[in-house]
Ligand binder design. Structure first.
Ligand code: FE2
Length: 233
């Protein structure tokens, strides 16, 4: 039930039950012409939606089930040579279905800290949304897994890992295979540019949904750790 309005450099969210669509048309072949990046970034956004709805104060059995199914499917599709296979009809359908599941999950919980952090990256540096809201996922998983082990393990198991630590390693390997580090470095520029933003990374209505409390300093620590994790100089 949400829409976005972009001011010069700010994102405004609008929210109303009347914004729920009456009909959604989900046809994988309508994405046939999209490039790898145009296919990758929304898939990463879907992964972020699924994980953010699990480490969320508003999570419930319904959103958990949808999110776990989305993570399992995205893990299979993105981990199975996505850079070479993204245009295959079966892969497009799997990612699109997972995106719908993740969207249904996030529509029940709202987003959390990874999205809160993402907005200045998109508004001020032009980082594509799906990249901006996913580059912190390994660090946020570490933080939230330590705070809420049960939430962390739910995500880890959906990623096919036995522990949060193993899940973080899997995400690192997945991001490397997908070419995320190079794309993030190209989009962000440098860590100095991020520091110079002096942006507010705590967006009301989003950050406080996160199971572990995160303030501006905590968000800056997550960003610094994520940028060095992904090799942004
Ligand atoms: Fe998103």
């Amino acid at each position: 039930m949400w829409g976005s309005l972009w001011d010069a450099d700010r994102k405004h969210s609008i929210s109303h039950p009347k914004l729920y669509p009456e009909t959604a048309i989900i046809v994988p072949s309508m994405t046939d012409g999209l490039s790898y990046d145009q296919s990758l970034f929304p898939a990463l956004d879907a992964l972020s939606h699924a994980m953010e709805s699990i480490w969320n104060r508003n999570a419930g059995p319904e959103s958990d089930a949808l999110a776990v199914r989305a993570i399992e499917a995205l893990s299979r599709a993105l981990g199975g040579g996505y850079a070479e296979r993204f245009a295959e009809p079966a892969v497009r359908k799997a990612v699109q279905d997972a995106s719908v599941d993740a969207g249904l999950a996030i529509s029940r919980t709202r987003t959390a800290i990874a999205h809160s952090i993402s907005y200045p990256f998109t508004a001020r540096l032009g980082v594509p949304h799906g990249l901006a809201c996913s580059f912190t996922l390994p660090e946020v998983l570490k933080l939230n897994g330590a705070h809420s082990p049960e939430r962390g393990l739910l995500i880890a198991e959906a990623l096919g890992a036995a522990s949060v630590d193993e899940a973080v390693s899997r995400l690192d390997a997945l991001y490397a295979a997908l070419g995320v580090p190079a794309r993030l470095a190209a989009a962000v520029g440098s860590r100095r540019k991020v520091a110079e933003l002096e942006a507010a990374f705590i967006a009301p209505g989003r950050a406080e949904n996160n199971v572990a409390p995160v303030d501006q300093a905590g968000a800056e620590r997550l960003i610094a750790a994520s940028l060095s994790r992904l090799g942004v100089a």
